[in-house]
Structures are given as structure tokens and as C-alpha cells.
Design a protein around this ligand. Structure first.
Ligand SMILES: [Zn+2]
Length: 378
């Protein structure tokens, strides 16, 4: 009687539905579409398991051919039960099983080492070696797609707040140049406010920074916005987007290589997820906070303002994943607030607001006017 089974040919990772037949010399595999049947002599057929399903692999001249068979235990016992002694001993009985397990453990350990130690180091070393011009070009080429990724959240194209001649844009530019004055930037950053409901802010490769509208809406002072902006400038200074991309890009390539899916993991998806703030480590965020404190101090403003903002949008110990990159991935908000306090300890409280009152009013109203993102980089 024929037994239905699943057959892996050792080449493609897909099961073929086959029937097994008992013949004198061994086990015959009848393939679909009338191809010639395959004969596994009993000595080459190794049983790996008898329950819950029967699993067999084939060894020929001491080499695993990669072929596998899986069949129902009951049907197999009925047909081949009397022949079990003729089959070769499979993995379950081989001393080699331990060796294989050891090799697997070693392979996993070395991959883990590469992921967690090797790649961050590689990214840290390699990112600064990428010419700034290339990074800027990369940022420009991915920008429309990253924006599209964010606009998918709400069924309509994402709009930029303000416009070339708006007072809000002028106020934003004033804030950018006052903060940038203290930063050692390879090129000026370009900042825009996006009319989108998420509380977020991020820096693309190449110094392209986006602040989402709720940051402006929820801020009670220009210094709160400036603190967030300075944090993003910190990511630009440290080339964090580039580092993250190298890290995650290489990671997905490696995973792709392991799983045999080299095309998996598109740059845009990686980048967009990174921008949602799940990729930066605690250290990376603290380093950006450090820059934020430094730039605010140099601009004569109070670096502690970012803490007021943190506290307002995310009650302590309750950081939600929708909050911008400075908060999203780490439940260490209070720790970071304390770190900013410590960094700012020697700086007099208060300071001079980064914007004049009328500039702040204009920035608050920046989203009263919106434009479609037809803007091309200069
Ligand atoms: Zn950040």
C-alpha cells in the first residue's frame, strides 16, 4: 500500500507531496508529474524519529545527501514495521548528534558575537569614513520614500509646515542657526516641520532633520523645541543615522545570507523603522543628549528645557512606543532626565530664551500654512 509523505530533495527548501512504496531493495519515492521514482536502499535510509511523524534522511557513501522524508507514523509502521532493522540508524542514535549540536551552538554564538559586538564596532569605525557628500546624497535619495512611509500612517501625503516666506519658517531657521553655531557640522543641517500627528523627531543621513508637528504644539517654550532639535543635531554630528544604517544594513544582509534570502530587508524599511526610534542604543541617545546640553549652553539657553518637555509628553516610567526617538525605545526616561540634569548642573538656570517672543509665536503657528513636499534639496 502506498503511503503519502513529504519529500525534500536537498536542493530546494520546499516539500513535495510524494507517495512511498515498499520494494525489495528499499523504499521507493514516487514523485508527482510522472518523474522517475527515486529508490532509497534501506541502508541509505536513516530514521531520525518515529514519532510523532516518521522522519528520515538519506546518507550515501557516508555523506548526507540533504534529502528528507516525513511520513505519518501509523502508515509507516504498517508498511515498513517489519523492515525497521534494515534501515540505517538516524540522528537519534548517532554519536554525531552531539557534535552537530555543538557545532550549531558554536555557529549561533559566533553570529551573536558578530551581531552584538562586531557590527556596532564596524558601524562606529566605518560611518565616519563615508564622505559627507555621499551621506547627504543617500539622505536625499531616501527622503521621499521615508516621508511616504510616514504618510502611509494617515492615508494622505505628508505636508511640510510653513513655506519659503513664512514667519514660522524664518523663526525655525533662526533657531537652527543659533544652535548650529556651536556645533561642529560638516555642512548646515536642513530642518522642516512635518504636519503629522505622531510626536516624533528624527535626523536622516546627511543632516536632514524632521520635527513632527506635535513637538511644536506640545512645547511650552522655544527652548523645549530647541532641546529636541539640538538632540537631533547631536545625531547628525555623531553620524548616527549612517552608523545605524551600516549596522542594520549589514545585519539584514547577514540574516539574509543565513536564511538564504539576500534580498530581504530593504534600506527604506530599515531606515524608517530606525527613524521611529527603535534602533538607537541607550549610549547613542545619551551622546545625543550630551550634544543637546552643549549646544543649548553655547546658545545661551537653558539645556534643562528638554527635560520639561520629556516630563510633559511622557509621565515618568511610562514611556510609550509612539513617543519620539529620544524616548521610544528605552524605559530609562528618568535616568536620562537625571543625566541631563547632571550635565547641566554647572550651567545657570533660566538663560536667555533661544527665540524672541514674536519669533516663538510665529513658530507656534508654523503649521497654519502647509506645503506639499515638492521641495528638492539644494
Ligand atoms: Zn535620539
Amino acid at each position: 500500500m502506498d503511503i503519502l509523505a513529504r519529500y525534500f530533495d536537498g536542493v530546494r527548501p520546499v516539500a513535495q507531496a510524494v507517495t512511498l512504496r515498499r520494494v525489495a531493495a528499499g523504499l521507493e519515492i514516487v514523485l508527482p508529474d510522472g518523474r522517475a521514482p527515486i529508490l532509497w536502499p534501506y541502508a541509505e535510509a536513516r530514521i531520525d524519529a518515529l514519532t510523532p511523524e516518521v522522519q528520515l534522511h538519506r546518507v550515501r557513501q557516508n555523506l548526507d545527501t540533504g534529502e528528507r522524508l516525513i511520513a505519518s507514523a501509523e502508515a509507516f509502521q504498517r508498511e515498513f514495521g517489519s523492515m525497521l532493522a534494515s534501515f540505517g540508524r538516524g540522528r537519534a542514535g548517532e554519536a554525531g548528534a552531539m557534535r552537530i549540536a555543538l557545532w550549531c551552538a558554536l555557529a549561533v554564538a559566533s553570529l551573536a558575537f558578530l551581531f552584538f559586538v562586531g557590527l556596532p564596532v564596524l558601524a562606529r569605525v566605518a560611518a565616519p569614513m563615508v564622505p559627507w557628500r555621499w551621506e547627504a546624497a543617500l539622505g536625499r535619495s531616501v527622503e521621499p520614500q521615508v516621508l511616504e512611509y510616514f504618510s502611509k500612517e494617515k492615508d494622505k501625503p505628508i505636508a511640510f509646515c510653513g513655506g519659503e516666506a513664512s514667519a514660522g519658517t524664518a523663526a525655525l531657521q533662526a533657531m537652527v542657526s543659533r544652535l548650529s553655531a556651536g556645533a561642529n557640522l560638516p555642512a548646515p543641517v536642513r530642518v522642516d516641520v512635518l504636519d503629522t500627528p505622531m510626536t516624533n523627531a528624527f535626523a536622516l543621513p546627511g543632516g536632514r532633520i524632521f520635527i513632527f508637528r506635535p513637538i511644536i504644539d506640545k512645547a511650552m517654550s522655544p527652548d523645549e523645541v530647541a532641546g529636541v532639535l539640538a538632540h537631533e543635531i547631536g545625531h547628525v554630528v555623531h553620524r548616527d543615522a549612517m552608523r545605524g544604517l551600516i549596522h542594520n544594513g549589514a545585519l539584514s544582509l547577514l540574516i539574509g545570507a543565513v536564511l538564504g534570502d539576500i534580498t530581504g530587508g530593504s534600506t527604506i524599511a530599515i531606515l524608517s523603522k530606525m527613524m521611529l526610534g527603535s534602533a538607537y542604543s541607550r549610549e547613542t541617545e545619551s551622546e545625543a543628549d550630551r550634544v543637546s546640553v552643549d549646544l543649548m549652553r553655547r546658545a545661551g539657553a537653558d539645556p534643562r528645557a528638554i527635560n520639561d518637555f520629556f516630563r510633559r509628553i511622557s509621565p515618568l516610567g511610562n514611556a510609550t512606543p509612539t513617543i519620539f526617538d529620544a524616548l521610544s525605545s528605552h524605559p530609562v526616561t528618568s535616568e536620562r532626565i537625571a543625566a541631563v540634569e547632571a550635565l547641566a548642573a554647572a550651567i545657570p538656570k533660566g538663560g536667555k530664551p533661544i527665540l524672541e517672543a514674536q519669533e516663538w509665536a510665529a513658530l507656534k503657528a508654523i503649521c497654519a500654512q502647509t506645503v506639499k513636499p515638492a521641495k528638492e534639496a539644494p
